[in-house]
Design a protein around this ligand. Structure first.
Ligand code: FES
Length: 186
């Protein structure tokens, strides 16, 4: 098990489907539509790294209208809302933004702030390294580039330079997490 960076706000949307159940059909297609609307809103506002939207199975409410959504950290009214329709995606993202803004005003936790910065940097560099690899050999996956020696196209010096930077970022992230863990344990 290893700890990894977390989003600043996480929205879980039920897309559960069931057939022939007295509990109903599940959020199903209504959940899919809400998930798509939330992803669109988050992408449009440039929050892909800080606000995650994840589709889940049943969250235990099973509405007849709309879908169920859980929010973490929890807003003042509680973490779970139901009967949510796609037109309300904007309000959920507004609320997430407001919570992030208010958290930013609280006394900073330097560990969390540094970890967040490193996670953002790692995500950007991971994308850059994969994009560069795909320019050299289309179709390569993230797993493929873990084994660059299997692909002669990746002998490119620019790709190795970018991959070296990514390795450095990952090393610093991992060292920082170990340091934080040691500090918290003792
Ligand atoms: S099926 Fe969506 S909350 Fe149960």
């Amino acid at each position: 098990m290893r700890a990894v960076a977390s989003p600043r706000h996480h929205l879980f949307v039920c897309g559960n489907r069931r057939e022939g159940s007295p509990l109903g059909t599940g959020c199903g297609a209504r959940g899919d539509a809400l998930y798509d609307a939330l992803k669109k809103e988050v992408n449009a506002r440039g929050h892909v790294v800080s606000i995650w939207v994840t589709k889940t199975h049943c969250l235990g409410i099973c509405p007849k209208e709309g879908a169920t959504c859980a929010r973490y950290p929890s807003p003042p009214g509680g973490p779970i809302v139901t009967d949510v329709v796609p037109a309300e995606a904007r309000a959920l993202v507004d609320e997430a933004e407001a919570m992030m803004a208010s958290a930013a005003k609280e006394p900073a936790n330097p560990w969390a702030a540094i970890e967040h910065e490193l996670a953002t940097t790692e995500e950007l560099h991971t994308k850059k390294v994969l994009d560069l690899a795909r320019r050299l050999k289309p179709g390569l996956t993230g797993e493929d580039i873990q084994n660059p020696h299997d692909f002669p196209e990746l002998t490119d010096p620019d790709w190795h330079y970018a991959d070296g930077i990514l390795t450095g970022v990952k090393t610093v992230s991992s060292a920082l997490r170990a340091l934080r863990r040691r500090g918290e344990e003792g």
